[in-house]
Structure formats: structure tokens, C-alpha cells
Ligand binder design. Structure first.
Ligand code: NDP
Length: 393
């Protein structure tokens, strides 16, 4: 009997995952796409010509609903590309049904702008008991950046001392202000305090307090700001000997000015406010006003470049390397009807699931990307549309 792959979330990333799974249908078997709004699943399903994609409606905030769906379609794996708020309900449904799980972003509570692995890692014992695997953060960052670190560790260093993760999106969509993925998740991440890890301690900064200019290959020099980013939480556990890890993301002046202004007037608030006799959450209202990230695809030009710079010691000598991947928004759109931010997230989600189904990456329990042999993943990146490069610095 053919296995069934259940994809939950029909947004920008979900679209890429469906396209890419369909291109690897021999591994993924029957492909089912489920989301809150079934019509969005149907639009994506209609884009796929080589196989029929079954579509379903699910409220992934309700564990019982997910359990019924997993049983109905007889899923072998669930690829969660809904929102981080649904991570725990979907994980719990996978435990109840004995089905493998993968996501691209760590759990965030809707009422608290804070994301961390704690509650997902706490499910490790239940995953082991159920005899299933959970792969956390199999997007680009987290995801590929973790695999780049593991690859550097395996092939280039005896000990890595410092890592800088460098994320540049030099895409231009022509709007004065828009976010490339879910506005709520994006703006919560960017407007939060920065944080990096040094000598065993987390050091907190004001939002956008630390800035550097980095010359991104194929893109050029860009202002890059220190942010907290979730892959650091697992990398400090798994990269032995690490003394410092930081994460930088590029932002243009216009983006930052808009964000500051929205923040100053309270539009990034996640607490309900009274408005003409109704309660509204400012951030949710802002999401209604902003362009749907999925609509940016056909308008976005330019490139992304995401990578890591690792510095450390090999055979007694200092060494510094840069591993990076460049994607072109227009090329991604031409291939799967999505811009590069969704593409660079959806392709690694598909690869992670592929390696799990092929049992090349398989261990019961809840795991992060850098715990596995990076080589098969790095080979798949080259094959599946995300070729990478390495430079000695
Ligand atoms: P979108 O907002 O475009 O899509 C999310 C989808 O999930 C929508 O179709 C939405 O349905 C659906 N959804 C939301 N809530 C529920 C629910 N309760 N039940 C069922 N479906 C639901 O987001 P993206 O595609 O841009 O992002 C998807 C995920 O990828 C997010 O978790 C994001 O954080 C992560 N991500 C990870 C990155 C990485 O590099 N690791 C980078 C970028 C994103 P509806 O349309 O009806 O609202």
C-alpha cells in the first residue's frame, strides 16, 4: 500500500511543500493538503499536474480534529507548515496516532510573543514511547542553517568557536511596506529584543541595537541587525566548544522606519483593545491591512542569501569559513508560484520529510536538524533547487 503524506497549512510555504513533494512522489506517496480554509488547498492542488492532491479542511488548533484527519487519510507523516501556534496540538495528535512529525518553526504562544523549544523538547519521551520521530525546524533558518553548522563541524573544524548566521533578503516587491511571510510572526520576531549567546550566557540587546554591514555574495553590502533567532537555542546545545553565536538579518531603512512607526502607535500590540464597541487585536488588524505574503510572489525581484560564518580551529590552525545559499525570487516563482522566502523554507521541509521517510534520518524522539549526519541533506539541497557554496575567509 502507498504511504500517505499529510501537509497541514496552505500558505506560502505549504504551496512550495506540495509542489516539491509532488516532484518526489515516489517517496511521498499519496499527498494530502489540509488547512483551515479548504478553498486555499484546492487552488494549490489545481497547480499540480503530475499527481492528484487530496484536500481537506482542518482546525489545527484542535488536537481531536487533527487525530480524526490523520486516521481518515491514514498518514505516515505530518508536515506542519501551518503557524507556530499549532505546533503542540499537531505534535500531540501525532503522538496519539503514532505518526512521524516535522515542522519549520518553534512553538509560540498566541498570547505571548516568545518562542522556545521547551514545550516541544518536553514531548521527547512521549515521542519515544509512541515509537515515532519529530524533526523540529526543518526550514531554512532554522533548518538549513543548522545543517550548515553540522557540516562545518563535520568537515572543516576540530572545534568551532564562533558562528554568525547571516540572513539577507534583498527582494523588492514594490510596496512601501509588506512582510515576506506571515506578518504577525515576522513583526513579532523583528520587534522583540535582540539576544545572542556568549561564554555560556544569553546577552540581551534592545531591538536593532547591534548593526553591522556585511557583503553578501551576489547581493552586495547590506545593513544587518542582530536578532534573537530560534536555531541558536538548539545549536548552543549541540555544537561542542562553541563560545559565541549570533544571528543577523538585513533590513532596509524604509522597513525599519515603518515598523518603528507602527510600534510607536501601538499597531504591533497583541492584546485586544476596545474599538467602537468591539475588541480587536491591533496586530491582527494590521495583518488584514497588509498585502498577503502569498500575493508578493509575482511582484518580487532580487535575491536572498542566507548562510553561516564559522570560525574555529582545525589541526591546530585558525580557520574561518562561509557557507551560503543564494536564491532568486523570480526563478522560485517561475518554478512553484512562490517567492524565495517561501521557497527556501518549503524545500528543506520537503527534504527533511524525504530523509525521514527514506530512514536516512531516523531516530525516535524529538530532534533538531544538527543532530543528524549533514551530508545527505546537503546533497539533497543541491538536487532539489537550493545549491550552496563554501568560501574560506
Ligand atoms: P502563511 O500565513 O502564509 O500560511 C499559514 C497557513 O496555515 C495558512 O494557510 C493558514 O490558514 C493555515 N493555518 C493557520 N492556522 C490554522 C489552523 N488553526 N488550522 C489549520 N490551518 C491553519 O504562513 P507561511 O506559509 O509563510 O509560513 C508557514 C510556517 O513556516 C510558519 O510556521 C512560519 O513561521 C514558518 N516559516 C519558517 C521559516 C524558516 O526558515 N524556518 C521561514 C518562513 C516561515 P488560513 O489561510 O485559513 O489562515
Amino acid at each position: 500500500m502507498k504511504k500517505t503524506t499529510l501537509i497541514i497549512g496552505a500558505g506560502g510555504v505549504g504551496r512550495v511543500v506540495v509542489h516539491k513533494c509532488a516532484m518526489n512522489v515516489d517517496v511521498f506517496g499519496n499527498i494530502v493538503l489540509a488547512s483551515r480554509t479548504k478553498s486555499k488547498c484546492d487552488i494549490i492542488a489545481a497547480e499540480i499536474k503530475n499527481v492528484t492532491i487530496q484536500t481537506e479542511c482542518v482546525d489545527a488548533d484542535i488536537t481531536e480534529d487533527i487525530i480524526s484527519l490523520i486516521k481518515k487519510v491514514n498518514a505516515a507523516i505530518v508536515i506542519n507548515v501551518a503557524l507556530p501556534y499549532q505546533d503542540l496540538t499537531i505534535m500531540d495528535a501525532c503522538i496519539a496516532c503514532g505518526v512521524d512529525y516535522l515542522d519549520t518553526a518553534n512553538y509560540e504562544h498566541p498570547d505571548e510573543a516568545k518562542f522556545e523549544y521547551k514545550l516541544q523538547w518536553e514531548r521527547d519521551a512521549a515521542f519515544r514511547k509512541a515509537g515515532i520521530m519529530g524533526l523540529l525546524g526543518s526550514g531554512f533558518d532554522p533548518g538549513v542553517t543548522n545543517v550548515f553548522c553540522a557540516y562545518a563541524q563535520k568537515h572543516y573544524f576540530d572545534e568551532i568557536e564562533t558562528i554568525d548566521i547571516l540572513d539577507c533578503n534583498a527582494g523588492d516587491h514594490g510596496y512601501a511596506f509588506a512582510t515576506n511571510f506571515n506578518p504577525e510572526i515576522n513583526l513579532r520576531e523583528v520587534s522583540a529584543n535582540g539576544r545572542y549567546w556568549e561564554n555560556g550566557k544569553w546577552i540581551e540587546t534592545e531591538p536593532m541595537e547591534i548593526k553591522m554591514v556585511w557583503d553578501y555574495p551576489e547581493v552586495g553590502e547590506k545593513d544587518s541587525y542582530l536578532l534573537y533567532h530560534e536555531e541558536m537555542e538548539s545549536l548552543v546545545k549541540h555544537i561542542k566548544g562553541l563560545k559565541r553565536i549570533r544571528f543577523f538579518m538585513t533590513f532596509g531603512e524604509s522597513y525599519l522606519t515603518h515598523m518603528k512607526c507602527l510600534q510607536n502607535v501601538g499597531m504591533l500590540g497583541i492584546e485586544p483593545v476596545e474599538h467602537q464597541g468591539q475588541k480587536i487585536v491591533p496586530m491582527e488588524f494590521l495583518k488584514t491591512l497588509l498585502p498577503d505574503p502569498a500575493s508578493l510572489g509575482p511582484r518580487t525581484k532580487g535575491k536572498t542569501n542566507i548562510g553561516i560564518v564559522a570560525e574555529g580551529v582545525k589541526d591546530g590552525k585558525k580557520r574561518k569559513i562561509y557557507i551560503y545559499q543564494v536564491s532568486d525570487h523570480e526563478k522560485c516563482y517561475a518554478e512553484v508560484n512562490s517567492q524565495a522566502v517561501s521557497y527556501t523554507t518549503g524545500v528543506p521541509a520537503m527534504i527533511g520529510a524525504k530523509l525521514m521517510l527514506e530512514k536516512k534520518w531516523y531516530e525516535e524522539g524529538v530532534h533538531n536538524m544538527e543532530e543528524f549526519d549533514p551530508d545527505p541533506f546537503m546533497q539533497e539541497l543541491n538536487k532539489q533547487g537550493l545549491p550552496w557554496k563554501i568560501k574560506e575567509l
